[in-house]
Write a protein of this length. Sequence first.
Length: 363
Amino acid sequence: GIDCQMRGAGVLKVLVISMSLLSFGPAVRRLGAASFPQVARCFTQAAPSRPAWHARTSAASAVRCFASGKVAVIQDQQIPKEEALTALTNKGFDVSWSLTEPSDAWAIVTVTNPVTKEVLDKHPNCKLVAVSFTGFNHVDLEACKARGISVVNVPAYSTDSVAELSVGLALAVYREIPASERTLRAGGWIHSSGGMEIRDKVVGIVGLGDIGLRTAELFKAFGPKEILGWSRRPKPAFDSLGKQVSIEELFEKSDIVSLHVALNAETQGIIGRSLLERLRPESVLINVARGGVCDIRAGLDVFAMEPIPADDPILKVPTDQAVMIPHVAYKTVEALRRRMEITATNIKLFADGQPRNLVLDAK
């Protein structure tokens, strides 16, 4: 559950955004007392020719699976259907929109729907699972490997979308945008004595991949006093933006901490109580990575399940103290179209024997 309570004058503001990729999770602002349990407010947020099919397993499987060039879309791609179909047909594929129906396609396209043994049984000729998403933990890799099925994904399609929202959430907290809007709608005018600026603050970036680096670039435009960064391995690309430090030092010194680490065995629960207690009372923590990177006992792992269960404690926070955003950091029109185009290109390159973005090579 979420450890969200008020003790005396101690206040912790939490801005939460549900994320599954990249996506994204809770963002927290701490005001008042220094210890983490003192929580009061939770602000949650000319067509090309057909590809030359190459055998990847055997000549027989190539003839059976690749010759038709049929691709089955088994989940809506979050863009207009015709746009998704066009992206694939422009690569020379015959496309079947098979959200529930079986197919004889050699490749299937999903986003976040699970790809299980039962799903694979409905597509017996499948030799490629194309995931239109960065995360692929919803694909049964062992089942795919046993059947000689490769898996590709789409990394880095939403870098700008996520980075921009990270800055947006910081502004929403600092300038009290959600709460001020509620005050106005309720007939009020003066909400508080004033918000805060990003200028001259210390910004900490946890995770220095593409999204973390882009987030640092955007924050730099606001004139912060310093940008600190942490990664499990040194990232020379960050040196022109800020200083790499230990994660403990980053939490101790930062006014704003933005999380951008992937969720895996090494990062599960990496942001726990011991780190959160290093934050100063007025610090802001933004998580647009994954809910699971924050220890649930710290009151941050609110969106470990999506959609949020009806009995999740975060839903009991008063509406004037919470703004919840349902996993939208990655979700811009530009990012979704880019994702579909990359997916189509992944399939085309795999068919041509030049695979990229492989997360499982079954050959």
